[in-house]
Design a protein. Structure first.
Length: 101
Protein backbone atom coordinates (compact mmCIF):
# COMPACT_ATOMS: atom_id res chain seq x y z
CA UNK A 1 0.00 0.00 0.00
CA UNK A 2 2.83 2.38 0.73
CA UNK A 3 4.97 1.86 -2.37
CA UNK A 4 5.48 5.62 -2.76
CA UNK A 5 7.28 5.94 0.58
CA UNK A 6 10.58 4.32 -0.45
CA UNK A 7 10.48 6.18 -3.77
CA UNK A 8 9.96 9.53 -2.06
CA UNK A 9 12.57 8.86 0.63
CA UNK A 10 15.01 7.51 -1.96
CA UNK A 11 14.72 10.64 -4.08
CA UNK A 12 15.09 12.76 -0.97
CA UNK A 13 18.24 10.94 0.13
CA UNK A 14 19.72 11.17 -3.38
CA UNK A 15 19.09 14.92 -3.42
CA UNK A 16 20.59 15.20 0.05
CA UNK A 17 23.75 13.37 -1.03
CA UNK A 18 24.02 15.34 -4.28
CA UNK A 19 23.42 18.64 -2.51
CA UNK A 20 26.05 17.92 0.11
CA UNK A 21 28.51 16.87 -2.58
CA UNK A 22 27.91 20.18 -4.38
CA UNK A 23 28.38 22.15 -1.15
CA UNK A 24 24.76 22.94 -0.28
CA UNK A 25 23.64 22.90 3.32
CA UNK A 26 21.98 19.87 4.85
CA UNK A 27 18.81 21.87 5.41
CA UNK A 28 18.57 23.03 1.79
CA UNK A 29 19.45 19.60 0.39
CA UNK A 30 16.93 17.74 2.54
CA UNK A 31 14.04 20.11 1.93
CA UNK A 32 14.73 20.27 -1.79
CA UNK A 33 14.80 16.47 -1.78
CA UNK A 34 11.51 16.46 0.13
CA UNK A 35 9.97 18.60 -2.59
CA UNK A 36 11.41 16.43 -5.37
CA UNK A 37 10.21 13.19 -3.77
CA UNK A 38 6.74 14.58 -3.18
CA UNK A 39 6.57 15.93 -6.73
CA UNK A 40 7.51 12.54 -8.19
CA UNK A 41 4.75 10.80 -6.24
CA UNK A 42 2.17 13.42 -7.12
CA UNK A 43 3.07 13.33 -10.80
CA UNK A 44 2.76 9.55 -10.84
CA UNK A 45 -0.76 9.77 -9.44
CA UNK A 46 -1.70 12.50 -11.92
CA UNK A 47 -0.49 10.29 -14.75
CA UNK A 48 -2.41 7.29 -13.40
CA UNK A 49 -5.59 9.36 -13.22
CA UNK A 50 -5.06 10.51 -16.81
CA UNK A 51 -4.82 6.90 -18.00
CA UNK A 52 -7.95 6.01 -16.02
CA UNK A 53 -9.80 8.92 -17.61
CA UNK A 54 -8.68 7.88 -21.09
CA UNK A 55 -9.95 4.33 -20.50
CA UNK A 56 -13.27 5.45 -18.99
CA UNK A 57 -14.22 8.47 -21.05
CA UNK A 58 -11.72 9.03 -23.85
CA UNK A 59 -12.35 5.98 -25.96
CA UNK A 60 -8.73 4.97 -25.51
CA UNK A 61 -7.43 8.17 -27.13
CA UNK A 62 -5.35 10.71 -25.24
CA UNK A 63 -6.45 13.44 -27.66
CA UNK A 64 -9.98 13.19 -26.22
CA UNK A 65 -8.80 14.06 -22.70
CA UNK A 66 -8.91 17.64 -21.43
CA UNK A 67 -5.57 18.90 -20.12
CA UNK A 68 -6.79 19.18 -16.53
CA UNK A 69 -8.19 15.64 -16.17
CA UNK A 70 -5.34 14.32 -14.02
CA UNK A 71 -5.40 17.36 -11.76
CA UNK A 72 -8.94 16.69 -10.54
CA UNK A 73 -7.79 15.38 -7.17
CA UNK A 74 -11.39 14.85 -6.03
CA UNK A 75 -11.61 12.07 -8.63
CA UNK A 76 -8.55 10.21 -7.32
CA UNK A 77 -9.39 7.01 -5.50
CA UNK A 78 -8.76 6.60 -1.77
CA UNK A 79 -5.68 4.47 -2.35
CA UNK A 80 -4.03 7.13 -4.50
CA UNK A 81 -4.81 9.86 -2.00
CA UNK A 82 -3.62 7.93 1.04
CA UNK A 83 -0.47 6.58 -0.60
CA UNK A 84 0.55 10.04 -1.79
CA UNK A 85 -0.24 11.67 1.56
CA UNK A 86 1.77 9.07 3.49
CA UNK A 87 4.78 9.46 1.16
CA UNK A 88 4.72 13.24 1.52
CA UNK A 89 4.35 12.97 5.29
CA UNK A 90 7.29 10.56 5.50
CA UNK A 91 9.53 12.92 3.52
CA UNK A 92 8.48 15.93 5.57
CA UNK A 93 9.05 13.99 8.79
CA UNK A 94 12.53 12.92 7.71
CA UNK A 95 13.51 16.46 6.73
CA UNK A 96 12.06 17.90 9.93
CA UNK A 97 13.79 15.38 12.20
CA UNK A 98 17.20 15.70 10.56
CA UNK A 99 17.19 19.50 10.26
CA UNK A 100 15.79 20.03 13.78
CA UNK A 101 19.13 19.25 15.39
Amino acid sequence: MFAHVPVSIGIQLACWALGRRLGASTRASLWLGCFAGAAACIMREITQREYQWIEQFGGGHRANMPGYAGLEIWDWNAHSLSETAVAIAASVALAAVVTRR
